[in-house]
Design a binder for this molecule. Structure first.
Ligand code: CDP
Length: 806
């Protein structure tokens, strides 16, 4: 017996390819405190820049006096809009086709807006300089409420747009209006409502919140005057796009700009946009000739860089009395703050909100979105969701619960009745998407069985009776959420950023000894790409994942990619990786055929190499082939073993999931306890189940935070609340519930490995599950809809309004 010959299973296990719970290779450095973040970049003679910010949300700037600040020890320069005008950089273009002040030009439009940039030898001196800058403000009337933003007497916020009644996305109806976006068939939808047995209508708000990554936004800019080259280390989710934007607006040739995104401590959408700090640090390094670092503090991050959500969704559903949905009508009032700096693909002013039909077979639907300006921070990012998908999922999942309540039907049963059926895929939704694959019924049944849904409902009925008899002060809610995500922006036919198609890329180079490097256009912010990308390659070409180094984030070395956000990495970059690997495999097959002296067609792939069909002992491993690629390739073939792929996906991918939350709420205190949270995710082929579980845990924790307390609020005078972790709810291990995870696998038919994204799903599906649990708990007391976030205070307020507590 040959004990040395490894079995198929052993050979497969050695690769640690797809499906393996491979430990995260990046954690070796992270757990030892050896990650290299932007703030670890320390260059000789480096200066520090920091902002003078406005205490007013809306004010005219009468003067800025920098004299005293320039006299502060260590202060070298104070940059204002007037300075930036000399280089035509006082305003910058936004991703949404608007323009944004880099530094306040004539007036300020939101509290904490950047007014001047103080450059000094260290942060302390910069801070002293900031205190010495004298700004004379004349306060103006403040517009905080989006619902009155288009009132006749609402103050003019954007004086720069006065008289311009056409914006980047069509006509503007009012001086504070940004765009109107409509999708679907209005007439058919109206007709469906006219003949419906049952209709519901509710204004469902998704409050303003913030992605709040642990590492704030920051950069170091260093200009080499001799070479005319600008190097920027930054917390960028899309480094190549930043390079192109800098080239376009600073007029520096693109090849002379080096953008490096080192390790990033969380992004969640916050690090997609371009911020005044980047522009000011770049100008400051050019002006001073010294490297300049800009690092946001927590308050700056929460109150000025990209917020999320702030969508107010008037939701109407039409249905038959048996509970079959017949129409959906949604109007959204979108509060974009002072500038439309929403990070969406160019043609999508409200992102992919038209996924709002969700997992249900709506024959007709109509959607309209009005974007408005207010005196709030700009932004509007996909906080761990594909563009505006979490708002859409919340809207439809609350809507379905409200409909179930009106029909006196179980919310899970209503969903089962209306799901798109497995045989309907690819499914064309009433609002224009083609869902690639799904099996919603199987997932829902599996979930209901696992949590014993029927048992929970029985328990709830008993508890409600006990509550009515006065035996308990606790009410029980069961939150049901079934979401369909749309991730993987995207096909170049409808997705671009500033005209650049949203493809992604991978370059693989194998070395003679059978090890290699993969450079990818995506950029991990903690998602574990270094681990999982190597797993795709391991399965595709039989080289152990441990022998593949993955590199991202350096525009000098990585092929051009559109970056990482909206769970696009696996659907787009992941596909590019598989395609590049397949090009390598095709060449490897030719080399193997040559070495084995057979025709290519006589070979078959066997885990980690090629075998001659019918002669299994005639075999060349990928390791052998790598060596041969550098010394004995077939005549006429170029040596080496490398390939590049730029992948333009034919469609998005549509992951889905069934989430259930069981919650108990004390009506006298509003204190809630999440008793169970079960999450079933289907993200198609699973690359690394352990990383998927980690993604789900993280996303659910964010969803919990958002639904149950996290909020960026403004008072009537425009003061921003929630600007520190004292007020902004960031759950720790103490508050975080226990997560039960589960899965089904419905591969994407168009993705090379059948994988769909997963990172965003738990945030998208989690928020409605929590909110539906709270609403379900209160529903038997006569409540239809309670707005998020559901913190203790608001729960108690809700109980009070329903007359069950004093
Ligand atoms: O774009 P982003 O990396 O944020 O999201 P993603 O594509 O959903 O991937 C998040 C992490 O989960 C990556 O490390 C993926 O490789 C992993 N993943 C997986 O193992 N299997 C999937 N089907 C999807 C994602």
């Amino acid at each position: 017996m040959n004990v040395m010959t490894p079995t198929r299973e052993q050979r497969e296990a050695k690769l640690e390819g797809m499906g393996c719970k491979r430990k995260r290779v990046e954690d070796v450095r992270f757990t030892q405190g050896k990650g290299q973040y932007v703030d670890d970049v320390k260059l000789p003679g480096m200066l520090h820049g920091d902002f003078v910010r406005s205490p007013y949300p809306h004010a005219r700037i009468k003067s800025i006096n920098t004299e005293k600040a320039l006299a502060v020890k260590g202060v070298l320069a104070v940059i204002t809009a007037e300075t930036l005008k000399t280089v035509n950089l006082a305003w910058m273009p936004t991703l949404a086709g608007d323009v944004q002040m880099v530094l306040a030009d004539g007036k300020v439009l939101f509290q904490n807006q950047e007014v001047a940039f103080v450059v000094a030898t260290d942060r302390y001196a910069a801070d002293d300089g900031i205190a010495a800058v004298e700004v004379d403000y004349e306060p103006l009337p403040v517009q905080v409420d989006p619902f009155t933003s288009m009132a006749e007497d609402a103050p003019v916020l954007r004086e720069d747009l006065e008289g311009k009644m056409v914006g980047a996305h069509g006509p503007r109806k009012h001086h504070n209006h940004i765009f109107e976006w409509t999708v679907g068939d209005r007439e058919l939808t109206d007709a469906a409502f006219a003949k419906a047995d049952v209709t519901i209508k509710e204004m469902i708000s998704y409050h303003r919140t913030h992605p709040s990554p642990l590492e704030t936004c920051q950069c170091v800019c260093s200009f080499d005057k001799i070479k005319g080259e600008l190097t920027i280390w930054g917390t960028f989710q899309a480094p190549h796009v930043i390079r192109t934007v800098v080239a376009l607006i600073a007029k520096i040739p693109e090849h002379k700009i080096h953008v490096i995104a080192p390790d990033i401590g969380g992004g969640f959408g916050n690090k997609v946009g371009a911020y005044p700090g980047y522009i000011c640090a770049a100008v400051a390094t050019i002006v001073t000739g010294k490297p300049v670092k800009w690092v946001e503090d927590r308050m700056e991050n929460l109150t000025t860089t990209s917020f999320a959500r702030d969508y107010h969704m008037t939701t109407e559903i039409a249905a038959t009395k048996e509970g079959k949905v017949t129409g959906l009508r949604v109007h959204v009032l979108a509060d974009h703050g002072a500038f439309d700096a929403c990070a969406d693909p160019s043609k999508w002013p409200a992102g992919f909100f038209n996924i709002v039909t969700g997992s249900y077979d709506f024959p007709v639907a109509h959607l309209s979105v009005d974007g408005v300006y207010t005196n709030k921070a700009p932004g509007g990012v996909a906080y761990r969701c594909s563009f505006r998908v979490t708002e859409a999922a919340y809207c439809i999942e609350r809507g379905m619960d409200i409909l179930a309540q009106k029909l006196n039907m179980d919310p899970a049963e209503l969903r089962l009745k209306n799901f798109v059926k497995a045989e309907q895929f690819p499914y064309h939704s009433a609002l224009g998407w083609e869902y690639d694959s799904g099996d919603y019924h199987t997932a829902m049944h599996q979930a209901m069985e696992k949590i014993d849904y029927a048992g929970l409902r029985r328990e709830q009925t008993e508890k409600r009776e006990a509550f009515k008899r006065g035996e308990t002060r606790e009410i029980m809610g069961i939150g049901v959420s079934f979401f369909t995500e749309i991730v993987g922006a995207g096909p170049s036919k409808n997705c671009d950023i500033l005209g650049i198609a949203m493809f992604d890329s991978c370059e693989i180079r194998l070395h003679p000894t059978g090890a290699g490097i993969a450079r990818v256009g995506s950029k991990s912010q903690g998602q574990g790409h270094e681990t999982t990308w190597a797993q795709i390659i391991a399965t595709e070409i039989g080289i152990p994942a441990d022998d593949i180094m993955v590199e991202e984030g350096n525009t000098d070395t990585a092929p051009y990619g559109l970056g990482t956000y909206g769970s696009r990495s696996t659907p787009v970059a992941g596909a590019a990786i598989a395609m590049a690997a397949r090009k390598i495999k095709a060449k490897a097959q030719m080399i193997a055929a040559y070495l084995l002296e057979v025709h290519e067609g006589d070979l078959e792939w066997d885990i980690d190499g090629f075998r001659v069909k019918g002669l299994p002992e005639k075999y060349k491993s990928m390791k052998d082939i790598c060596w041969a690629a550098y010394n004995s390739v077939p005549p006429g073939m170029e040596p080496g073993l490398e390939a590049v792929s730029y992948y333009d996906p034919p469609n998005m991918t549509y992951p889905f999931g069934a989430y259930f939350c069981v919650m108990d709420i004390d009506v006298d205190t509003g204190v809630y306890k999440v008793r169970r949270f079960y999450a079933l995710d289907d993200c198609g082929t699973r690359i690394n189940p352990m990383i998927i579980e980690g993604q789900v845990h993280g996303g659910l924790t964010e969803a919990f935070a958002i639904a149950m307390g996290q909020e960026i609020r403004y008072d009537d005078s425009g003061n921003v609340m929630g600007g520190s972790f004292m007020d902004f709810f960031l759950p720790t291990a103490v508050e975080t519930p226990h997560w039960e995870t589960d899965f089904t696998v419905t591969p994407s038919p168009h993705h090379p490995i059948g994988a769909k994204g997963v990172g965003e799903s738990p945030n998208v599906g989690g928020v409605p599950a929590f909110s539906n649990a709270v609403n379900d708990a209160f529903s038997f007391l006569g409540s239809t809809h309670i707005q998020m976030p559901h913190d203790y205070w608001r729960n108690w307020e809700a109980a009070k309004a329903l007359g069950v507590t004093g």
